[in-house]
Every structure is written in structure tokens, then in C-alpha cells.
Design a binder for this molecule. Structure first.
Ligand SMILES: [Zn+2]
Length: 456
């Protein structure tokens, strides 16, 4: 399968879905606003041939609420970056699929697993992730090359439109990493991936001057961790460390999208609750990024290679390496696509977030500031103010499912539980995998305090 063709096909599929399935309400006004978009694509292959690719979850959004706005009732969306909205929408989709499986529907991606009351993905089904932009945080620290060097020679048709900042060769890798002697990462020797890099600029490597600077991320290092040095040029950022989401004013305590996606590559992206019913976690087979500043090396470092030595994971968990690819196609409402508004200096991030997933009832959800769009101050806390993908709503869907089960259908791990926190903590192998990952790599991860998880 030609990597670049697939990446473009996935991007085109997502852009088409965005244009035709998402409401104008919640989309940016392109004369002054931009947004980010991410999606989960379900791929079904039958008898060796891949067909049936469809978007099953999508998210847009650029904002993250500050610490002072957090609530103990689970009814606000803390993190509305597109990747996170897409992942929560995907969890809602999976909950619906689980309900189909439990009612023995044939038209469902889950089939009975080996253990009683556990389910597994139907053979031939997998999930890909698309994001219109490089995730915030570590993956966004990208070597910046002198402009004339950023265009690759065109050895193949695919490379003609290679995005400007693609840097995948070893030499640039070293150039980008060596000045940061304090960094915690070794350059990633991902030689097994050479087969995937056919569209990259490898052939031009020997003629490439060194990177002179890095693209910067607004995501700050976690206090107590290795910090950025802010020296000019390449030594501005420390790479491979945990960061919190960028934001002005009221500080957020949400981890950057790079960090959260790295966690999905170890724990799966289904979350703790669904693990009560799954034989194994659901990993993303590939991550496709739209046209934007991008570095394969930074992506691999941020999304999986910094976790590669994690040991002692419970059976079924592993450090999964998704295939990472970039498309040549640009998102129509991204910051870089809106050149005119950008030139006029009036471009701002869109405040709304849209969630969509492939469920039969009310698949759409538009929020602003963590609540359903249009919520007045007085209405905060009412059921009408809640997003369909906030913690408490997803928990209620899950609990209703559990309550509908007969005694024989109920997994052992789900007996005598009350609060959201208890349901999550009872997913023992998931929690064990998370503990290993935290102990060995993500030691400073900012966890949500239990006070904020004790709702039911
Ligand atoms: Zn982000």
C-alpha cells in the first residue's frame, strides 16, 4: 500500500465528512476564525482486500478550560482540542457498538472474545486516526530548515507536493537533537520503518544544510520536570518531556495532545470503562496528519518511541507503534489555509467545538467553554448544559448498559460499584498498565484528583 496515497485518501475522506456532515453552527467563520479537526476512521478489510473506510468519529476545537473552571460533577468538557474531542466521540461510538454486541446484533464491529463476557474487534476491522495538524506539545517541536531546502527533489510523483517541513532523514535528526544535550531522549533509531519513508526527502539528505531553528510549541513543561532552556535557535526547547496544554490566563492542567496520544499508544484509546468488556485494548493502526509543519521524527518521538522501554505491562498491553504518515492535502479551515485573514492580522481560534460520531441518535454535539453551545450561566449544571461526550454523560451510557445486563452477562469486575472513580479503578489490568507507564516514563503526569471523579 502506497503510504502517501493512503494518507491523501484518508485526509480527503475526513475533509469531505467535515464539509457534508458537520453543521455550519460550530464551524469557524473563515474570514476571521480557524479551527483544528481530527477523526477516527474505521477500516474493514475482507479476504485480504481493503475496502470500507468510513469516518466513525470526528472532533473540532482549539480550546481548553483553565484549572479554576474544573467541576466535581464531571459535566464540563475540560479539553476541547480536536484530537481529544475526536477520541471522546470515538468512545461514544464504541459504547454504542458494545450495546449492539450485547444485544447480539450482527451489524457490529465487536465479536465474542475468548474470555466470558469479553469482546474483541471483528477480524479485519481496525481504526486509523486523522488530525489536520501536528498535535500540540512534543510532536510540534520540529526542526526548521532554511527555506530553499524545504522543498524536496521530485523523484516520485508523490514527493512533488511533499509538505514543506517534512524531515525524516537521520542527518537532520542529529542536527535537530544534538544541541540539546540535556534532553532525555536518544535519537530514535527507527530503522525498521525505512519502508514507510519512501515519500520523504531521504535522497536529498546529503545536500541538506543543517536545521537552524525549531518550530515552537506554546505547551509548557510540567513543573519539576526538565524545563525548556529558551536559548535562541535549536536549543529553545527540551524534547521528549511532558507538557501542559498551551493557554493564556487561567492555567490549564490538561496534558498536551502529544502526551495524551502517547498514552493511547500504550493503554489503547477506549479508556478504562470499556476495558471491562474488551479482550484487549483498541490501538490505532495509523496516524495521518494533514498538510502543515510536520516531522516524522518528532511525531515518532512524541507518540511512541519515548515509551518504548516500558516493561512489566500486563498481558494484552504493549507499546504500540502506529504507522505515521502525512497527507499533502490541507484542511480548509486550518490556520494556514486562511491566508487572507491571516495577512489582515485578524485571525483567531474558533471558540466552539463540534463532536460527531456514528450513532443513530443525536450524533452531533456543539459546545463552547466546555458546555453545550448557548448555555447561559444560570443553566450550568442542568442536564441541558452538558455535552454528550462529557465524563458524566459517557458514564451514564456505560452504567445503563451495565444495568441492562443479566447476571450471567455481567463481567466480574463490575460488581458492587458506585462512582465513576470506582468503575474506572476496577478496570485492574488497565490501571496496572497505566501505573507502569507513569512509574517508568510519565512520572510527572498531572492526574485529575479523585475529588473530581467521585460523581455517580
Ligand atoms: Zn492539542
Amino acid at each position: 500500500m502506497a503510504g502517501s496515497d493512503t494518507a491523501d485518501e484518508i485526509a480527503a475522506l475526513c475533509y469531505e465528512h467535515y464539509r457534508t456532515k458537520l453543521p455550519r453552527q460550530g464551524q469557524p467563520n473563515p474570514s476571521k476564525e480557524w479551527t483544528l479537526m481530527a477523526a477516527v476512521i474505521q477500516v474493514e478489510s475482507a479476504a485480504g482486500k481493503t475496502d470500507g473506510k468510513k469516518v466513525v468519529a470526528m472532533g473540532t476545537g482549539t480550546k481548553c478550560i483553565g484549572q479554576s473552571k474544573l467541576r466535581k460533577t464531571g459535566d464540563i468538557l475540560q479539553d476541547s482540542h480536536a484530537e481529544i474531542i475526536a477520541r471522546r466521540s470515538f468512545q461514544r461510538y464504541l459504547l454504542h457498538q458494545l450495546s449492539l454486541a450485547l444485544s447480539r446484533s450482527q451489524d457490529c464491529v465487536l465479536v465474542p472474545g475468548n474470555d466470558p463476557n469479553k469482546w474483541t474487534l471483528k477480524p479485519g476491522v481496525c481504526f486509523m486516526f486523522f488530525t489536520s495538524h501536528t498535535p500540540c506539545g512534543d510532536a510540534s517541536i520540529i526542526p526548521m530548515l532554511p527555506l530553499e531546502d524545504q522543498l524536496c527533489p521530485t523523484s516520485t510523483a508523490a514527493s512533488e507536493a511533499t509538505p514543506l517541513f517534512t524531515t525524516t532523514n537521520k542527518r537532520k535528526t542529529t542536527a535537530c537533537d544534538s544541541p540539546t544535550a540535556h534532553k532525555r531522549m536518544k535519537p530514535d533509531g527507527s530503522s525498521q520503518e525505512t519502508g514507510r519513508k519512501t515519500e520523504s526527502c531521504e535522497e536529498s539528505a546529503d545536500f541538506t544544510p543543517e536545521a537552524t531553528d525549531v518550530f515552537r510549541t506554546g505547551a509548557k513543561c510540567i513543573p519539576g520536570e526538565a524545563q525548556d532552556r529558551y536559548n535562541p535557535g535549536l536549543d529553545y526547547h527540551t524534547v521528549g518531556v511532558l507538557r501542559v496544554k498551551p493557554g493564556r490566563g487561567d492555567r490549564t492542567i490538561s496534558m498536551s495532545c502529544s502526551d495524551k496520544m502517547a498514552r493511547w499508544n500504550v493503554l489503547g484509546c477506549q479508556g478504562a470503562l470499556l476495558m471491562h468488556f474488551l479482550q484487549q485494548p483498541i490501538y490505532l493502526t495509523s496516524v495521518v496528519v494533514g498538510k502543515c509543519p510536520f516531522s516524522l521524527q518528532s511525531m515518532e518521538r512524541a507518540l511512541h518511541s519515548r515509551c518504548r522501554n516500558v516493561s512489566g505491562l500486563p498481558e494484552v498491553f504493549l507499546v504500540h507503534k502506529p504507522q505515521i504518515q502525512q497527507s499533502h492535502l490541507q484542511f480548509q479551515h486550518g490556520r494556514d489555509a486562511l491566508k487572507e485573514a491571516k495577512r489582515a492580522g485578524k485571525l483567531v481560534p474558533c471558540g466552539a467545538a463540534i463532536s460527531w460520531c456514528a450513532v443513530p441518535h443525536q450524533p452531533l454535539d456543539v459546545t463552547a467553554n466546555g458546555y453545550r453551545q448557548g448555555t447561559t450561566k444560570k443553566a450550568i449544571g442542568t442536564p441541558q448544559s452538558r455535552s454528550r461526550i462529557c465524563k458524566v454523560e459517557l458514564f451514564h451510557i456505560f452504567r445503563q448498559l451495565v444495568e441492562s445486563l443479566s447476571e450471567e452477562q455481567l463481567p466480574h469486575s463490575l460488581r458492587d460499584l458506585q462512582t465513576y472513580c470506582e468503575y474506572k479503578e476496577a478496570a485492574l489490568s488497565y490501571q496496572e498498565a497505566w501505573r507502569r507507564l507513569r512509574e517508568q516514563v510519565f512520572t510527572s503526569w498531572i492526574r485529575t484528583s479523585r475529588d473530581y471523579l467521585n460523581f455517580s
